[in-house]
Design a protein around this ligand. Sequence first.
Ligand code: ADP
Ligand code: ADP
Length: 226
Amino acid sequence: MFELQDIAKRYGSVVALDGVDLHIDSAATTALIGPSGAGKSTVLRMLIGLDWPDRGVVRFDGEPLRRERLLEQRRRIGYVIQEGGLFPHLTAADNVALVARVLGWPAAKIEERSRELAQLCALPDGLLQRYPAELSGGQRQRVGLVRALMLDPPVLLLDEPLGALDPVIRHELQAQMRELFATLGKTVVLVTHDVAEAAWLADTLVLLRAGRIVQQGSARELVESP
Ligand code: ADP
Ligand code: ADP
């Protein structure tokens, strides 16, 4: 689904990525793991063209990501950042509806799809009427997921999706996400610094350190390798 070829990126004097080659399978979950500053979020941002490499190519479905085609390419990718990245001045329902409205979907279709996805993401009825500040972190997270799923994109990119949550809720959401990923059959790429979470959620783990991939494989393969 994604192919990264010799990707390098600097921010000023900081080397964020230093020759990354990565193949991301479709219909599977890939977790990018590694210490803070390893380059995980930078890889994710490059998959959706929020950042561009200094060197190398990112291919999506066989085609290089291109600035001119980005809007069209992005419609096929749902992106969720920590706690959902919601607009604070819009209700959850309006956050969720935003892109569909821009695309001219009829209101009834938007409402139906929102309700359906809220149910899928275990978001109780009525919460969509609230503003983000009136929701818990876990609820905001789920609203972010609903928003990302509105256009039914084949790809979901999640940056520390369970980052700022307390351990009990985090555990509950991990279980729900695993079920959700299994149900949806989408290509999921997630960033986490929590190896146990990655092992629980992902088919393939990619370990980054200082802008390079140092290990890659299933959780079992990573544990068994020296
Ligand atoms: P991770 O997600 O693994 O914590 P990042 O991809 O966010 O790592 O960052 C990799 C490196 O690049 C870090 O040293 C970080 O400080 C730096 N970096 C990332 N984004 C920027 C930016 N927009 N400007 C400057 N430095 C950045
Ligand atoms: P976006 O992800 O929306 O492109 P970024 O946070 O990456 O926004 O910032 C855009 C640009 O601003 C970056 O490419 C980088 O050059 C610069 N920048 C952002 N944060 C920093 C930082 N902490 N230090 C240096 N440059 C930065």
